[in-house]
Design a protein around this ligand. Structure first.
Ligand code: NAD
Ligand code: ZN
Ligand code: ZN
Length: 388
C-alpha cells in the first residue's frame, strides 16, 4: 500500500510499504477514505519529538471503511464506515473506567513522555506518534490497523459525508475538551491563543457553550480573519501588538482579565527569542511564551486550559502570579472516546460544522506538499485533508 513516511526533519515521503495485518483478535483493518494533517504532526515533521524512526508512518486523524475484523470484534463489522479516535484505549482499565481514555494504562508499550516518570505506567498509545507513544503505524495511508476496535471506532450514519465527521478523530473533541476544561458557559469571556485548527475548534465550541467575548491571538492575518468571520472572535495579531494580554485586559470589565484562557499553541510557541535559542540548543524543551500570556490575561480565580502540547522543562513559568490569582490549570491529551457520541449529535444537528475550516483537499500522493504548506502557513493553509 501507499503511506506517508518519515525520513528526518522536514523530509516526509509517500512510499510503498507492507499492508497492515490483523495482530490481535480485537483489531480491524480500515481502508482509509479520508485523513488529515494535524498541528501535532508538525511537531513530528520538524523533528521535535524523540523516538521517531526512519520509515515511521504518520497520521492520527483518519476514517474509513472496515475491510477486515478480528474474531473478537463485535462493535463494528466489515463494510461499516467509522471514525477512529487518535487515542487508543482499552475501555476497561482504571482510567478508562473514569472516561480518562488518554490515560489508558494498557495500550502503550512505549515509555511515554513523562521525564520524572518513576513507576507510573505510560498513558495511552497514539496512532503514528513516535515510539514513546507505542510506535503504531498511522493512518496517512491507504490502510491502517486499528487495535481495540470494540472501544475506539464509531459508526457514522450515511447521511453525513467524510468531511463533516473526520475531525471527530481529534481536533473537534480537543477544542471541546479545551472549552470544557476552561469552564466556559453563557456570558463567559475567553482568550484563545493560536488560530490553528485546534484554536478554531475551541472557538466554535466556546460559541456553542454561550461565550460572549472571544479573543483570539495569532500572527497570521488570514487565520484571524477566518476566525472573525466564522466565530465572531476579536482578533489580536501578536506581530503588531507585542503584549496581547495587555490589549485583552483593557477590553474586559473592570480591567479584571478574561474568565479563561486557552493555550492552543503549545511548546513551539513563537515570540521569545531566549526560549527559541534554548530550545534549539536543546537546553529547554518548551517555549513558555503562551503560558505566560495565558496566566497574565486571566482574571483572579480564572482558568488556564491547555490543549497545546508541552514537553519537559520551561523556564520563566510565573507560578507566583498563578498562585496570587488563584488560578486553575487543566490540560492534557484529549479523552476522545468519552466525547464522541455527544459531538456526533451536535454535528448531525448542524450545531457544529467542523469541515468549514478545511482549506486544502489533496490526494495522499501529494501529502509531502500538504505538510509543507501547513507548516509554512503558505497559500492561506488552515487544514489539509488527504484522500488515499
Ligand atoms: N491535547 C490534545 O490532545 C491535542 C490534540 C490536537 C492537537 N494538539 C496540539 O494543539 C496545538 C495546536 O494545534 P493546531 O493543529 O491548531 O496547530 P497549528 O500549528 O496549525 O496552529 C498553531 C497556531 O499557533 C500560532 N502561534 C504560534 N506562536 C504563538 C503565540 N506566541 N501566540 C499566539 N499564537 C501563536 C501559530 O501561528 C499557529 O497559527 C499543537 O501543539 C498540537 O500538538 C493537542
Ligand atoms: Zn492531532
Ligand atoms: Zn484503558
Amino acid at each position: 500500500m501507499r503511506a506517508l513516511t518519515y525520513h528526518g526533519s522536514h523530509d516526509v515521503r509517500v512510499e510503498t510499504v507492507a499492508d497492515p495485518v490483523i495482530l490481535a483478535d480485537d483489531d480491524i483493518i480500515l481502508r482509509v477514505t479520508a485523513t488529515a494533517i494535524c498541528g501535532s504532526d508538525l511537531h513530528l515533521y520538524r523533528g521535535k519529538i524523540p523516538q521517531v524512526k526512519d520509515g515511521d508512518i504518520f497520521g492520527h486523524e483518519f476514517m474509513g471503511e472496515v475491510v477486515e475484523a478480528g474474531s473478537a470484534v463485535t462493535r463494528v463489522s466489515k463494510g461499516d464506515r467509522v471514525v477512529v479516535p487518535f487515542v487508543i484505549a482499552c475501555g476497561t482499565c482504571f482510567f478508562c473506567a473514569m472516561n480518562l481514555h488518554a490515560a489508558c494504562e494498557t495500550t502503550n508499550p512505549g515509555r511515554g513522555a513523562i521525564l520524572n516518570k518513576k513507576q507510573i505506567p505510560s498513558g495511552a498509545a497514539l496512532f503514528g506518534y513516535s515510539h514513546l507513544y507505542g510506535g503504531l503505524p498511522g493512518g496517512q495511508a491507504e490502510y491502517v490497523r486499528v487495535p481495540k476496535a470494540n472501544v475506539g471506532p464509531m459508526k457514522i450514519p450515511d447521511t453525513l459525508v467524510d468531511e463533516q465527521v473526520l475531525f471527530l478523530t481529534d481536533i473537534l473533541p480537543t477544542g471541546y475538551q479545551a472549552v470544557l476544561n476552561a469552564g466556559i458557559g453563557p456570558g463567559s469571556s475567553v482568550a484563545i491563543y493560536g488560530a490553528g485548527p485546534v484554536g478554531l475548534m475551541a472557538a466554535a465550541c466556546a460559541r456553542l457553550a454561550g461565550a460572549e467575548q472571544i479573543f483570539m491571538i495569532d500572527e497570521h492575518p488570514y487565520r484571524l480573519e477566518f476566525a472573525r468571520q466564522a466565530y465572531g472572535i476579536i482578533p489580536i495579531n501578536f506581530d503588531e501588538i507585542d503584549d496581547p494580554a495587555t490589549a485583552i485586559i483593557e477590553q474586559t470589565a473592570g480591567h479584571r482579565g478574561v474568565d479563561a484562557a486557552i493555550d492552543a499553541v503549545g511548546f513551539e510557541a513563537k515570540g521569545s527569542p531566549t526560549e527559541t535559542i534554548l530550545t534549539t540548543l536543546k537546553l529547554e524543551a518548551s517555549s513558555g511564551k503562551v503560558l505566560r500570556q495565558c496566566i497574565a490575561a486571566v482574571r483572579r480565580g480564572g482558568t488556564v486550559s491547555v490543549p497545546g502540547v508541552y514537553a519537559g522543562f520551561i523556564h520563566g513559568f510565573l507560578f507566583g502570579d498563578a498562585f496570587d490569582k488563584g488560578l486553575t490549570f487543566k490540560m492534557g491529551q484529549t479523552h476522545v472516546q468519552a466525547l464522541l457520541p455527544m459531538l456526533l449529535e451536535h454535528v448531525e444537528r448542524g450545531e457544529l460544522k467542523p469541515e468549514v475550516i478545511i482549506s486544502h483537499r489533496m490526494n495522499l500522493e501529494q501529502a509531502a506538499e500538504g505538510y509543507r504548506l501547513f507548516d509554512k502557513k503558505e497559500d492561506d493553509c488552515r487544514k489539509v485533508v488527504l484522500r488515499p
